[in-house]
Design a protein around this ligand. Structure first.
Ligand code: SAH
Length: 220
């Protein structure tokens, strides 16, 4: 076990359990999500200098102008995606540091995750290996194209904000599947789009704050 996992001080299991208690009081009710988040060391997903803040309810910088989503956002989006039932295949757009990816890997059978910034993905791969997470497939690409070879998905989660989701991406949802993402521009809200036999239905939820979805890829 590496030193960073040894559970000293601010990165200990006790600190993580306090985070879980806080999430519960903030309305997160899905015990599966809470127990998964209680088991994954969040501090290894941020720079060492920020490790002591990894369990606070804040978004933290992860380089390249991006942020790791706050624990509450990860919990909320995971519980909305799960919708009380086990997930098969999931697509994540915006891998970033991989914390949400790791959570998804524990609540779904298989996770496909797409990130446009190459160097972020390199670090994330190492973290997932360190945690012995083997049911993820990461790809360096523009996530708006989805992951057509692996479609259809039970769920799609996007962790960057946009005003519009292309139909070609929604078509990668299974019938009965749902996509959870932030929608908007200056004012953003969490949004669920569900695929039903009658078409797509949209539900708008609480206000949130995400970095923008951008087109194209960044190599270095
Ligand atoms: N969920 C991650 C990242 C959140 S930040 C975490 O918590 O660490 C949003 C991420 O989406 C960034 O890493 C950004 O580079 C990525 N992103 C933005 N537009 C994208 C696109 N078109 N395709 C894939 N990833 C994208």
């Amino acid at each position: 076990m590496s030193v960073r996992h040894s559970g000293i001080g601010m990165t200990s299991q006790r600190t993580r359990m306090r985070m879980i208690e806080r999430l519960r009081t903030q309305g997160i009710a899905d015990e599966v999500v809470l127990s998964v988040m209680g088991a994954i060391p969040r501090h290894i997903f941020v720079e060492e200098a920020l490790a002591s803040r990894a369990y606070e309810d804040v978004a933290l910088p992860i380089n390249y102008g991006q942020t790791i989503s706050s624990p509450w956002i990860v919990a909320r989006m995971s519980e909305l995606l799960r919708n009380q039932s086990d997930l098969g295949k999931v697509l994540e757009i915006g891998t970033g540091c991989g914390y949400q990816t790791a959570v998804l890997a524990r609540i779904a059978q298989k996770v496909y995750s797409v990130e446009r910034i190459g160097p972020l993905l390199t670090r994330t791969r190492l973290r997932l290996i360190e945690l012995q997470i083997r049911n993820t497939h990461l790809r360096h690409a523009d996530g708006l194209h989805g992951f057509i070879e692996a479609a259809p998905f039970d769920g799609i989660i996007m962790t960057a904000v946009t005003t519009h989701v292309p139909a070609s991406l929604l078509e990668q949802l299974m019938m009965g599947g749902r996509m959870v993402f932030p929608k908007g521009a200056r004012k953003q809200n969490l949004c669920i789009i569900e695929r039903t036999p009658q078409g797509y239905t949209e539900t708008v939820l609480e206000e949130v704050n995400f970095v923008p979805l951008l087109a194209g890829v960044v190599k270095r």
